[in-house]
Design a protein around this ligand. Sequence first.
Ligand SMILES: [Zn+2]
Length: 343
Amino acid sequence: MSFDRYRKQTLFAPIGQAGQQAIASTRVLLVGCGALGSVIAESLTRAGIGLLKIVDRDFVDLSNLQRQVLFDEADVAAHRPKAIAAAERLGRINTQVQIQPHVADVTPDNILSLVHGCDLILDGTDNFETRFLINDAALETNTPWVSGGVLGASGQVFLVVPGQTACLRCLLAEQPPQTETCDTAGVLGPAVNIIASLQVMKALQWICRGDAPPNTKMTVVDAWEGSFQQIDLKPLKDQANCPACEHGERSWLRGERGNRSLILCGRNAVQISPAEPSSLDLQALAETWEPLGETRPNPFLLWFQPRDFPGLEIHLFRDGRAIIKGTEDLAHAKSIYARYLGN
Ligand SMILES: [Zn+2]
């Protein structure tokens, strides 16, 4: 494979030809392709990563376009799943990169098979539950991951290398309560771009490390103030006596924690997941629902606006999962789901 197109990158001494070779042979799992994920996916694709597996459970919404740089209004109009819209765009950016989109919620049931065959995981999620699940899966499979989080204009980034650096549970014993979310605090596009870029930087640094030890520093950014802080997490790892990375506890991976049905942050929407994934015939369902409201199927999901519930939009995925827009009432959303799809 010719690396000519990466000349500006290989000229950078810590990468060089050897680093480019390493980048081209690295397989990355990106969990979540929203704001952080868009920037991560684009940067890794342009940098010439070997394989990029993109998992996202959501479809493109108009309110995403303020910061989710891979998407446009045509994606919104078509109710296109983010993973699919991202893969189409990325495929036009760099045909040397293998892109694998997966329209799915990352759960204890599928995360190990998603991680399988990947060398590195990038966190593009917007919630702690999925991050703890990623942490468990990373420790279980001995796969490094790069965590990133952003709220308002602030955020933080760190690399987890199982056995060598602090893990998420060394930092946080429990899932913190969501006192503030992007729903209340908002989130700025430039802050997202900075945090995601730092995640990609840590990823490239890890891929091109050679014999160097992993970076154990968490970078904390306040993009509004323009301040950057580096906090070394190594002492934390040494003192934490961590249930996950020292004692092998995998509560999220075993499904003992976490909840599949949830309110989606800042979206006025709720996700409902069936206990068992199914394989729905969306076209047939669209015909069944035709008399009940407006239906618009695409190959990945069925958009349905029920006449009985004006203001609600149901986005039903093939695996039986639905995102119900127009409510943040979990019980109400579950009853709507049950009405059209059974329990
Ligand atoms: Zn730990």
